[in-house]
Write a protein that binds this ligand. Structure first.
Ligand code: CAA
Length: 285
């Protein structure tokens, strides 16, 4: 059985991992964040502090609550410091080899009843968990970008995930203020199975219908009720992240719509990755 979650570990503190760590500290959990380099870990702390301070400025959070949340965040570059965590959520680079190395090591350092969750968006949770001695303790917890704002978490049942692990992950998602949706470990799970080909179609339409990114975004916001346009969304997610996820899903599903359009691959090769590089479909200061 899963023990009550008190301490949360987060491995990889990029855009998704730092957002997940922010959710954990705001929800009152002692949180251990792991990054490869101390500068990257500190950058994540700064990012979390920035967003919490914005909430204070907008009177959505008490300054004492912000300070207490930040005090709950401990940073490390040593995976063995995650040994006391009741659940570890891995949000590292989307590469099966990288995730296998992490899961092998995490499997060694955590208690036998700890839960190992992965935030993978396009890899198989079952394959990631295959290196564990106890694959029944592994589960997918897939958050959406930006994690602190998007209200969904997909709770992904891998081939061997135990029922109590599914329920503990869903309960933790709720403690983070999210609505959990349980699903099977199929390529793209629920949202990305639909959203990735849809975004790729949006990019194809740019050339087919000769529209500018700004106009496509306006069209999808005003004509389809999207909260932000597809080009702005791709810039937010990262062209590199999206192309990589498209390729991973295309490899599994083989549907032409899921393959990344040439225009996106060219942007990736030119280093136009979106917000993170300062330029994608749009430019950012
Ligand atoms: N982390 C934490 N806080 C953040 C944040 C972040 N990354 N980004 C913004 N915020 C905070 C800011 O403090 C901001 O306030 P200020 O600008 O005053 O500082 C506050 O949130 C509100 O931000 P916005 O005013 O921009 O909020 P909004 O009401 O315009 O909504 C949105 C923004 C929620 C992103 C909305 O536009 C939306 O729903 N967009 C669609 C996003 C989407 O579809 N995401 C899924 C991507 S696909 C994916 O993630 C799957 C995958 O596997 C790749």
């Amino acid at each position: 059985m899963s023990r009550e979650v008190r301490t949360v570990g987060v491995v990889g503190l990029g855009a998704m991992g730092s957002g997940i760590a922010q959710l954990a500290v705001e929800a009152g959990f002692e949180t251990v964040g792991h990054e490869m380099a101390p500068e990257r870990a500190e950058a994540a702390r700064d990012r979390i502090a920035h967003f919490l301070t914005r909430k204070v400025e907008k009177e959505q959070l008490d300054p004492d609550a912000r300070d207490a949340a930040l005090e709950r965040l401990r940073l490390t570059t040593d995976l063995s410091d995650l040994g006391g965590c009741d659940i570890v959520i891995e949000a590292a680079f989307e590469d099966l080899g990288v995730k296998h190395d992490l899961f092998r090591e995490l499997g060694r350092v955590v208690r036998p009843d700890a839960i190992l969750a992965t935030n993978t968006s396009a890899l198989s949770v079952t394959e990631i968990a295959s290196v564990l001695e106890r694959p029944e303790r592994a589960v997918g917890m897939h958050f959406f970008n930006p994690a602190p704002l998007m209200p969904l978490v997909e709770i992904v049942r891998a081939e061997r995930t135990a029922d109590d692990v599914m329920e503990a992950a869903a309960a933790l998602g709720e403690r983070f203020g999210k609505t959990p949706v349980r699903c099977l470990d199929t390529p793209g799970f629920v949202v990305n199975r639909v959203l990735i080909p849809l975004l790729n179609d949006c990019v194809r339409v740019l050339d087919e219908a000769a529209v500018e990114p700004q106009d496509l975004d306006t069209a999808m916001k005003l004509g389809a009720g999207w909260p932000m346009g597809p080009c702005a969304l791709l810039d937010l997610v990262g062209v590199d992240v999206h192309v990589h996820a498209s390729e991973a899903l295309y490899e599994k599903l083989g549907e032409p719509r899921i393959a990344p359009p040439a225009r996106l691959v060219e942007m990736l090769e030119a280093g136009k990755l979106g917000r993170k590089s300062g330029e994608g479909f749009f430019t950012y200061p």
